[in-house]
Ligand binder design. Structure first.
Ligand SMILES: Cc1cc2nc3c(=O)[nH]c(=O)nc-3n(C[C@H](O)[C@H](O)[C@H](O)COP(=O)(O)OP(=O)(O)OC[C@H]3O[C@@H](n4cnc5c(N)ncnc54)[C@H](O)[C@@H]3O)c2cc1C
Length: 311
């Protein structure tokens, strides 16, 4: 199709391909969903987290994960949050665990405590060095996430999830080496990868193609972060398409509109992925439930007592 500048909108419509990029979802079962939380630092944040968990619990996620602060800085808080999830909710928790700044024995000990507390799912990561420093493994530690995965499997038969990078991890030698690394993590015993957040679906879908071509069969679940604060989101390092930046431009002081725009753009993102066959989603909730709840509903997920989605 060629566009000449003097076509009016009706003529352009007549020329447009008759393909609906968002087919109706009739008959498509709701996707599996999971949520990520971070361990709270203060009592106020603790209250916010548990209100968030209570609201999202109703959506019956496959699991919920709790992050491990940079350099293992939240070891006890992560542990306390995960244990409380086991004790006080019907949810299946997954504990994030990193290699950075700890010996193998220390990491193994944390893993054993989890297993003994009934936590059988670990999100195994290398972790980031403190800001401004280059990563160097602890001399007695696990060097990379792939080594941690292998170590965990020696301790117990954990379910293990690892990280994947549609836009390539910034320290990777090249995209192929990064994909080889993902494959190593899966070959060592992980059964699922969750991606770093991304805002451009094409990058993720192309990454799936490359992963398939590399022989990866495990699910690579998209990590979705609904943008509430665009200025903050733009610092995460993910590529921001110009159209997205344009939508948020000038809304810095207009929280209400920003939230509506955030819901609409995230809904569009997940529906496009769903239309492309993606049936599992992981949400970075930032311990705030509302946007995630709304977007899960848009994907067809309902609280258990509302019954299944009819086709
Ligand atoms: C879903 C998700 C959850 C996260 N949760 C947390 C969290 O709770 N806490 C936290 O601190 N961070 C977290 N992170 C961030 C993560 O720790 C960082 O992105 C970190 O820099 C890399 O971790 P990784 O597990 O991907 O590392 P790895 O898989 O070990 O890879 C790290 C880098 O090393 C390269 N590499 C791997 N093996 C080799 C090798 N043998 N030789 C040379 N290069 C190699 C890889 O290509 C990559 O560039 C999370 C990230 C994601 C996507």
């Amino acid at each position: 199709m060629t566009h000449s500048l003097n076509l009016n909108s009706l003529e352009r419509w007549a020329e447009a391909p008759r393909i609906n990029p968002l087919p109706a979802r009739d008959g498509v079962p709701p996707p599996a969903i999971s949520f990520e939380f971070f361990p709270p630092k203060t009592e106020a944040l603790e209250t916010q987290l548990w209100a968030c968990i209570k609201r999202l619990e109703a959506l019956n996620p496959s699991f919920v994960s709790v992050t491990y602060g940079a350099g293992g800085s939240t070891r006890e808080r992560t542990h306390a949050t995960v244990e409380k999830l086991v004790r006080e909710t019907s949810l299946t928790p997954a504990a994030h665990l990193t290699c950075v700044g700890a010996t193998r024995d220390e990491v193994d000990e944390v893993a054993r405590r989890y297993w003994d507390a009934g936590v059988k799912h670990i999100v195994a990561l290398r972790g980031d060095p403190p800001p401004g420093q280059a990563y160097t493994p602890h001399q007695d530690g696990y060097e990379y996430a792939a080594d941690l995965v292998a170590g965990l499997k020696k301790i117990a038969d954990f379910e293990i999830t690892v990280a994947a990078y549609p836009e390539v991890h910034p320290e990777a030698t090249n995209p192929e080496a990064d994909l080889d690394n993902l494959k190593r993590k899966l070959d060592n015993g992980a059964t699922r990868a969750i991606t770093q957040l991304f805002f451009d679906n094409t990058l993720y879908l192309r990454f799936l193609d490359r992963a398939l071509a590399a022989g990866i069969k495990a699910p690579i679940v998209p990590g979705i972060m609904p943008i509430t604060n665009f200025t903050q989101a733009s610092k995460f390092g993910a590529f921001i398409p110009a159209w997205l930046a344009n939508i948020f431009e000038g809304l810095e002081d207009d929280l209400e509109t920003r939230r509506m725009v955030a819901a609409a753009t995230a809904a569009e993102q997940v529906r496009l992925l769903q239309a492309n066959g993606i049936d599992e989603f992981h949400f970075y909730t930032l311990n705030r439930p509302d946007l995630t709840y709304a977007i899960a509903r848009i994907l067809g997920v309902k609280p258990a007592d509302h019954g299944a989605v009819s086709s």
